[in-house]
Ligand binder design. Structure first.
Ligand SMILES: [Mg+2]
Ligand SMILES: [Zn+2]
Length: 218
């Protein structure tokens, strides 16, 4: 494997960033509705996107309140270095996020970084969130708003021969992407579920670990 053949796809919440934007705001502003909806999701009665709709669509959080929270969100200590490393090696880098476009736009400005991304949509209506699914994929059982398998497959169709890398931390939104990619980096619940399924992956703590592993693979 040569680094020059790689294309890197990275989860945002809890992977490129330290905090999870959607779930932190949901804990603060929709705490009472979460347990019942999560139970329905765990039982398979609703999909991951339907869970998001139940909790986040209509969330009573204004643009100003969101902005104040976004200013507290930290990036992984190796986040900028990973962007720079990919840039220096002409390796395409893309955030695949089951979070929201407006938040990713703001976080890029706040942290002075730039990345391409695929995400769900967020708009404001009467000081409330209105959300829409970005890239749902009925053929994948992830049930999320942004099917990462689908995004990686679409990229591969356009760029045959590229070795795809997926970096993530969540068993719900990252599993299909990790399974689809040629190389998977995982931590947290994603690492647990990949281990249970016997799917090969490389464990990481910060994105510096990912850079070191990709460097070593050259
Ligand atoms: Mg995540
Ligand atoms: Zn999927």
């Amino acid at each position: 494997m040569k680094a020059a053949d790689l294309a890197v796809f990275c989860d945002f919440d809890g992977t490129f960033s330290v905090q999870d934007v959607g779930s932190t705001l949901a804990q603060r502003h929709a705490a009472e509705r979460r347990p019942a909806e999560w139970e329905r999701f765990e039982k398979g009665e609703i999909t991951a996107w339907e869970y998001n709709m139940a909790i986040l669509d209509g969330l009573p959080v204004s643009e100003a309140t969101t902005e104040a929270f976004l200013k507290t969100v930290e990036l992984d200590p190796g986040a900028s270095a990973l962007l720079a490393w990919c840039g220096a090696h002409d390796i395409p880098f893309r955030i695949l996020s089951d979070g929201f476009d407006l938040n990713l736009e703001r976080l890029q400005k706040i942290h002075g970084v730039q990345f391409a991304y695929d995400a769900n949509t967020l708009r404001y209506e009467d000081e409330r969130w209105r959300i829409g699914a970005g890239y749902p994929n009925p053929t994948c059982d992830c049930g999320t708003g942004v099917c990462k398998r689908g995004r990686i497959q679409a990229y591969r169709a356009e760029h045959p021969g590229r070795r795809t890398v997926h970096i993530g931390n969540g068993r719900v939104s990252d599993l299909c992407g990790a399974q689809e990619a040629d190389i998977a980096f995982a931590k947290d619940t994603l690492a647990l579920v990949l281990e249970q399924r016997g799917h090969p992956f490389q464990r990481f703590e910060t994105l510096f670990d990912v850079i070191a592993a990709l460097e070593a693979s050259d």
